[in-house]
Design a protein around this ligand. Structure first.
Ligand code: TIU
Length: 240
């Protein structure tokens, strides 16, 4: 937190219960909001998916991103993708299923899911600032074969606000990896989306069930409200 206009911590209404977040120890993690998943002609569509299902997550994430930038909360973007020579792409992943184009094949946005190609880039609406961290990951989880763990330690992060796509694949995998490493994960329901609405619902339920077996689930309004409520309280106290 670099701005005194925002509180140092807030209680966020969530399921299975409220959670108090120290914003200086919290990072906003935006998973794989890449053209390859969000736009026609990319990896998501080559797998047979209706990519329009994911667009609903953009606005809520943009609101959180604006808040985080304003408040000085650490922002981490991730991108799933592979090196041009595919040396970090397991054959078992490349050969999976019957996509119309495989990882590495040339598509309308460049080679499918390859670093440096247009399709691999983050969508313009949520484009990272030069100052923000971008983690390139070869897997579904943000910790596997990346610098994620070291970075979170370096910044003293204990809590993750997680959003992005898709709910049941890269968001869930990342939350499970983070939970095992001791991070409190708060997943933003309207900031996540899936090609399968029923998987989105169940993906969120799995996280918050059993007393929050992997973490908490909230929505973007609850986070924004928690911050603004605390801000107005602080303003009222300062003015009293
Ligand atoms: N296919 C699908 O739902 N997701 C992925 O392959 N990667 C991410 O979730 N980012």
């Amino acid at each position: 937190m670099t701005s005194s206009k925002y509180p140092s911590h807030s209680t966020v209404i969530a399921e299975p219960g409220p959670i108090d977040l120290d914003w200086s120890k919290t990072a906003l993690v935006i998973i794989d909001m890449q053209r390859d998943f969000m736009e026609p002609g990319g990896f998501g569509e080559t797998l047979g998916n209706d990519v329009s299902q994911l667009a609903r997550a953009i606005k809520p994430i943009a609101a959180l991103l604006g808040m985080a930038r304003d408040a000085g909360i650490l922002v981490i973007h991730t991108r799933e993708g592979h090196l041009p020579d595919l040396s970090d792409a397991p054959v078992a992943k490349v050969e999976r299923g019957a996509p119309s184009l495989r990882i590495g094949d040339p598509g309308p946005m460049g080679r499918i899911l390859i670093r440096g190609e247009a399709g691999h880039d983050i969508i313009p609406q949520l484009y990272p600032l030069d100052s923000e961290i971008v983690i390139d990951k070869p897997g579904k989880g943000a910790f596997y074969a990346t610098e994620m763990g070291d970075l979170l330690q370096k910044y003293g992060i204990e809590n993750l606000l997680v959003c992005g796509v898709t709910t049941e694949v890269c968001v869930n995998t990342t939350v499970r990896e983070a939970n095992d490493r001791g991070y409190r994960c708060v997943v933003v329901s309207d900031g996540c989306a899936s090609y399968f609405p029923e998987f989105h619902e169940m993906g969120l339920k799995m996280i918050k069930a059993q007393g929050g077996i992997f973490g908490w689930v909230t929505d973007s309004a609850a986070i924004l409200q928690a911050i603004s409520l605390e801000t107005s309280k602080a303003t009222a106290t300062a003015g009293a």
